[in-house]
Design a protein around this ligand. Structure first.
Ligand SMILES: [Zn+2]
Length: 309
């Protein structure tokens, strides 16, 4: 019914109506999920910037000419090309996905599939100073994140520039800091992939903590996440390697050997009152994150069995 109703006043090819309906459904569906989890307000979602997702049936892709012809209306087309653009070489041999048309630009998603044989699952715990990983055949892995902190400290100059009202100088410093942080994170992620090929990297699911907590807690967390680089490291690693996540609860308070859960968390070392295990808290967390992932529901998406903890 909705379809025929919309078709009455639609000058465009009918596939666009299907696309609009499908997009609207998926927006409402994801809002509904977030609302049920307490992460979205009750007000219905609104689209701030218009976009149209182009169904594959509306696209004629010429891979040798590197052009996409999109049907707007019967016998009226829009042709976009990626020939000679900066990403041309990077997407060679890749398949074009559903193009998104915005007011000022066209977004062409490219897909590439490759088979990855997973040989390792690495659990990672992260804090301001380090990334700590665990994988049984390697042992513990320690990545020093202090250089990242010193980038920040050096660019406290920028705060001084800001307080003195030197806007241009401030922006220059800020851009430099951003670039250096990004460069560090990119190199770090590339290094992890190079040194640990065929791996799934498991991080704490930071999004999922405190689902029902109040707004104030959420704001504090946002502040903390803005200060710390973990989130960006997780994100970058997920762009270049397979990643998974595990619930962050008690990860540094549970004994990896006997599962005893200590009540308080004091100091850098974990000491199990039941079995006497002594281990750094970050290492404890890395082991627990990995184990939690392996026994969790994530196995569903094609996790090779036999790779027990
Ligand atoms: Zn123990």
């Amino acid at each position: 019914m909705l379809r025929s109703e919309l078709l009455k006043s639609c000058p465009y090819a009918s596939h666009w109506v299907d696309s609009v309906i499908r997009t609207a459904y998926s927006i409402v569906e994801s809002w509904r999920k977030r609302y049920l989890k307490g992460r979205a307000k009750k007000a219905k979602p609104k689209i701030k910037r218009r976009f149209a997702r182009c169904k594959i049936t509306l696209m004629k892709i010429d891979y040798s000419a590197k052009t996409i012809r999109i049907t707007l209306k019967p016998w009226e087309y829009l042709t976009v090309s990626w020939k000679g653009l900066w990403f041309d070489r990077r997407v060679r041999g890749w398949a074009v996905g559903e193009v998104v048309i915005k007011d000022d630009r066209v977004i062409i998603p490219f897909k590439n599939s490759k088979v990855v044989k997973v040989k390792r699952v690495v659990g990672w715990d992260s804090n301001e100073l380090s990334l700590d990983g665990y994988e049984p055949s390697i042992g513990f892995i320690h990545v020093d994140l202090r250089p990242l902190q010193s980038i920040k400290i050096v660019y406290e100059k920028k705060a001084i520039a800001q307080s003195k009202g030197k806007r241009e100088l401030y922006e220059k410093y800020e851009a430099r800091e951003r670039n250096r942080v990004r460069g560090f994170i990119n190199k770090l992620s590339a290094g992890l992939v190079r040194l640990l090929p065929n791996s799934i990297h498991v991080f704490e699911a930071l999004d999922k903590e405190n689902l029902t907590s109040k707004e104030r807690v959420r704001r504090d967390r946002r502040k903390r996440n803005a200060r710390t680089p973990w989130r960006r490291i997780h994100k970058r690693v997920s762009e270049v390697a397979l990643t998974g996540s595990a619930s962050p609860e008690y990860t540094s308070r549970e004994c990896p050997r006997c599962r005893f859960r200590v009540e308080t968390q004091v100091g850098h070392m974990f000491e199990c009152p039941r079995c006497g295990l002594k281990m750094s808290r970050q290492n404890v967390a890395a082991v627990n994150i990995r184990r939690r992932y392996l026994k969790g529901k994530h196995r569903m998406w094609g996790f090779p069995r036999g790779l027990g903890p």
